[in-house]
Write a new protein. Structure first.
Length: 489
């Protein structure tokens, strides 16, 4: 009974955090005519509920793609259709074609917020299962400490329950895939990750590690090759089930998924290209086609070393680090990145608290800080301050009492240096926040503070990118019971 209580408390606190954040405003609230992501999700429910599938991704008189047109894969559309049907049963005016634009009634907000909370089931269950697997040899107090750090990480709740999105679905499917592979459930893991890709195309950030981890131990034997064929059939079959209902408009869907006409990055994002604009506005001097090729080249250059290493040494610990390194590489160097996309590399750093707790905490803090301009625009100031301050305080207590200590030799060797750097880093975040609150930006530079935030965060992400590569090449032998290779079935 006592063990159940220890597990339940962090989960309940996590639910309370999400409920508290959901009481705040959402993106675009009371800001016509475009509103924000809340309206985008509602509008997709309206479109998928009222129009035939052949019109979901096509510009028509009833579906103006310039007004929050669907730009996610089919599984998102089916999810929207299911929610639209449920919404129509409760109150048909919520999804009435054209007439429901800007719907923000109190009861509708409750419906939308509850739908995100329901999606968290897909996210929190595999997160809990993986955390328990990673802490199976730890003391009960250490298990609780890791659960608290995992469940109370503020980034995903602030975006999904505050800003308003359903990242929890794709992130949860990815975690379920990782958990399945950790249990040697190869085909189930492959199917689940294919579903994640079919929910949000940004899961492509994790595609190379899955490919290398599954192919690495199987490419050099006839039996292994046969298993690769079976995995391929599972993946192709999953894609076929998702895409066949939309077979008439597949080219239109693909165009919507990869909008190369939208620019190099979205707003002020903490990656290499946005930081580069401080000294050279490359997008003003290079054509879009060339930019796409350049970003493809730099991204491949950034992610291939870690993926080749995983291909050669396909162990579970390196798989998790390769997921982080691949996602960070895409975030830093790829084309048209959103600030919210930092949730993707942040996902697998949640699995590193047992090995390098300080850096994992640090990453969660900086990734949340990097989304501050977006959250400020949404009116999420109180939710941001409370959730991030709570997380920093809890992590301080855990680290101060040495409930978690680094297992890797890099972590032990540089632990104290990292602590000083961490404190300096937090002070830098604080200084930027104080300056933004106290000193108005010059009229000539109205976006000074979002730009400084992006550049400051990008420097951190570059450092994390190097650090996690060092950990991957070193390996984390204590991460699982046995440092085992994937076995062919």
């Amino acid at each position: 009974m006592e063990e159940v209580v220890y597990d339940v408390v962090p989960v309940l606190l996590s639910l309370l955090l999400r409920l508290g954040i959901s009481y705040g405003p959402h993106s675009g609230q009371s800001k016509p005519p475009i509103y924000g992501d809340y309206e985008a999700q509602r509008h997709w429910q309206e479109i998928t509920h009222n129009l035939p599938m052949s019109e979901w991704y096509v510009n028509t008189t009833d579906n103006n793609l310039l007004y929050w047109g669907l730009d996610y894969p089919p599984l998102t559309a089916y999810h929207s259709k299911a929610l639209g049907g449920l919404a129509s049963m409760i109150n048909s005016s919520w999804v009435s074609l054209k007439e429901s634009r800007g719907e923000e009634s109190y009861k509708h907000k409750i419906f939308m917020r509850c739908s995100v909370l329901l999606g968290d089931v897909i996210y929190l269950i595999p997160l809990y299962l993986l955390t328990r697997k990673l802490t199976h040899n730890a003391s009960k107090i250490q298990q609780v400490a890791v659960l608290l750090l995992v469940m109370l990480a503020p980034g995903q709740p602030l975006i999904d329950h505050g800003h308003f999105q359903y990242n929890n679905i794709s992130l949860g499917l990815t975690l379920l895939a990782v958990w399945s592979l950790s249990r040697d459930l190869t085909y189930i893991g492959a199917c689940l990750f294919a579903l994640a890709l079919n929910y949000k195309q940004m899961c492509l950030y994790h595609a190379l590690p899955f490919f290398c981890y599954l192919l690495g131990p199987r490419y050099n034997s006839l039996r292994g090759f046969a298993e690769v064929i079976k995995i391929g059939v599972v993946v192709i079959g999953t894609f076929a089930v998702c895409w066949l209902p939309l077979y008439q408009t597949i080219p239109d869907v693909i165009i919507r998924l990869f909008p190369f006409n939208r620019g190099l990055f979205e707003d002020k994002v903490a990656n290499f290209w946005c930081t580069l604009t401080l000294v050279f506005k490359i997008q003003n001097h290079v054509e879009t086609v060339t930019l796409v090729r350049l970003t493809l080249f730099t991204t491949v250059l950034a992610v291939l070393p870690s993926q080749f290493h995983l291909f050669r040494y396909p162990t579970l610990d390196r798989f998790i680090l390769a997921l982080t390194n691949s996602a960070l590489g895409f975030f830093l160097f790829s084309f048209h990145v959103h600030e919210k996309t930092i949730l993707i590399p942040g996902l697998t750093t949640l699995l590193l608290f047992t090995e390098t707790p300080l850096v994992a905490i640090w990453f969660q803090v900086i990734s949340t800080f990097s989304m501050w301009p977006l959250l400020l625009k949404d009116g999420q100031v109180v939710m941001y301050v409370v959730s991030l301050s709570l997380y920093i305080c809890i992590s301080y207590v855990i680290l101060k009492n040495k409930l978690l200590t680094p297992n890797s030799k890099y972590g032990n060797h540089v632990d104290w240096s990292l602590r000083y750097l961490y404190v300096v880093s937090l002070m830098g975040c604080g200084v930027l926040h104080v300056l933004e609150a106290a000193v108005p930006p010059p009229a000539r530079y109205p976006y000074l503070y979002p730009t400084l935030n992006a550049a400051y965060s990008a420097l951190h992400f570059g450092a994390f990118f190097c650090y996690f590569h060092c950990l991957q090449y070193q390996g984390l032998p204590n991460m699982f019971v046995a440092r085992k290779r994937v076995k062919t079935e």
